[in-house]
Each structure stands twice: as C-alpha cells, then as structure tokens.
Design a protein around this ligand. Structure first.
Ligand code: PXL
Length: 283
C-alpha cells in the first residue's frame, strides 16, 4: 500500500462561516490525506461582511508548534497556507517553509487577502507586498483575480476577460517565483466560470470551466484550494485537479443558492463529499 501523504495546513480557524481550517481539514482528510494544523488565529466568524467578529491572535504559538514538530522529525508532503493575519505571521511562515521543505514537499500558497476588487478589512494597504514575498517561496499559488492584480501591482478589472489578459497575468505571477500558478474566478463569457493555470517549466496553459452561477459566496476560494491540493496529493495531474475543483466548487454554490442560505455563512460543501470521493476513485 502507498504511504499516506501528510499536509501541514497553516490558516486561521473561524468558528462559524465555513472557510480556512473548517474547510481545509474536513475536505483534505476525506480524500485520505493526513492534515496537521497550525491555527494562526481563532475568530468567532470570518471577517467577510460579518461585523463584531472576535480575533485571538496566535502569532506567538506558531513558531513553538513548528519547533516541536521539527524535534519529532515530522515530514510533510505539502505545506498549505491560507489566511495569514500580519507581516510577522508571513515571516514566521516563510521560516517554516525553510525548515520543512524537502525536495518532494509541495509548498502551496493561497494568498488570501482580497476579493471583488477589494482588500479584506483586516489588512493594511501594503499587505500585498508581504504576501508577494511569501509567494516567492511557493511551488504553487492560487490567487483569485483581485489577489493576482495586487500581487503584480496592476489595477483590478472586472470580467468578462480576454484570454490574452489572463495569460499575461499568469506569466507575471510566475515571474514572482512559483512554477505553477493557478488563477481562480476566470470567465470569458457569462455562461462559464473556472480557473486557469500556467506551468512555467512546460510553458503551457490549462483551463477548467464549470457553470457560472451569479453571485459571490463566502469560502469558495478555500474550498477550491483544498480540493485542488487534495487532487494533487492523490496523484491527479493539474488539468484533472482543476476540473474536479471547479466542478466541486460550482456544485457547492448551486446547492447553497437553491437552499437560499445567507451567502456570508459559507456553502454546503459537506453534501458534495461522497460524489467527490467517487470521482477521485476513493469509493
Ligand atoms: O476565506 C478566506 C478567509 C479566511 N479567514 C478569514 C477570512 C477570510 C475571508 O474573508 O476573513 C478570517
């Protein structure tokens, strides 16, 4: 039997609202991959349109947790980072990459900081500069279009997009450092929405689209990232992974829209897990 893969997930834990660790843990674990977590902060809810959230910063715990793991010689096949709350956290996480990265460790960075053309309320204007530095050390990055524009210092543009524009963004993102760049929220018309990827070594682009459903739903970036990483850890190639992640995310949105729940409360990803496992040949 193949050795079980292990991922270190470094994100906040927002108690309510389904994003970050409350999404990454169940999804990645369900696909058979072990997840070890470093919570960067504990919040009552995420910060996306829910006023009054509590925020317990755990910056002082991150390094000691990593040091303890190091003393136990724990190895990871991937390190997955998401929401990081400050420049100090970015620097600590960068040092964790240096400590735990082996030849076959995939450093997978979701530069969570913005959406719909705006930085999240919890970040200062110059935060993208720190996130860009972290992305230099990544093998894979998965920004949405707003985050991508902040990373390459270009103004945000609304879609629909042209293929040349998307491929230009992907190339500029890869100049930051990562070999694989995945852009989410890509659409060329009003019917289909998905993701585009650029493999720098092969100099090749790939696309995966699914039905475009109107409106933005909270936590879908974390769901997309968790699924994509799970597919890569389970031996799927990037084209297959992008399509599985795009379809899964769209199905979550469709289900949640039909149920009519508050968009800020996250999507129903749980009901999609059996289907996901069938598609990944786990059931
Ligand atoms: O889904 C990204 C995310 C993660 N964590 C926190 C957030 C957000 C987006 O708003 O606020 C705390």
């Amino acid at each position: 039997m193949e050795k079980q893969k292990r991922v270190a997930a470094i994100h906040d834990i927002s108690g309510f609202g389904k994003c970050s660790l409350t999404v990454a843990l169940p999804i990645i674990s369900a696909t058979g991959v072990e997840v070890s977590v470093i919570p960067t902060a504990v919040l009552s809810t995420h910060t996306g349109g829910i006023p009054g959230f509590t925020y317990r910063d755990l910056t002082m715990d991150i390094r000691p947790i990593a040091d303890h793991w190091k003393s136990l010689d724990i190895q990871f096949e991937a390190i997955y980072t998401g929401y990081l709350g400050s420049f100090e956290q970015l620097e600590i996480v960068e040092s964790i990459f240096d400590d735990f990265k082996k030849n076959d460790t995939l450093v997978f960075v979701d530069p969570v900081m913005a959406d719909d053309g705006k930085l999240y309320v919890s970040f200062p204007e110059d935060f993208p500069n720190g996130m860009r530095k972290l992305c230099q050390k990544a093998d894979v990055i998965v920004p949405n279009i707003t985050e991508a524009c902040l990373l390459i210092n270009e103004p945000y543009m609304e879609g629909p997009y042209k293929q040349d524009y998307i491929e230009g963004i992907l190339r500029k993102l890869s100049d930051i450092g990562p070999n694989m760049v995945v852009l989410t929220g890509v659409y060329f018309d009003e019917d289909r929405l998905g993701a585009a990827a650029y493999d720098k070594k092969k100099d090749s682009f790939s696309y995966a689209f699914s039905e475009k459903i109107e409106g933005s739903f909270h936590g879908t970036g974390d769901i997309f990232g968790s699924i994509l990483l799970s597919t890569l850890m389970n031996g799927f190639n990037i084209d297959e992974g992008l399509q599985i992640a795009a379809d899964f995310t769209t199905n979550c949105i469709r289900r949640t829209k039909e149920a009519g729940t508050d968009r800020r409360f996250g999507v129903n990803f749980e009901a999609g897990i059996p289907e996901l496992l069938k598609r990944m040949k786990k059931l």
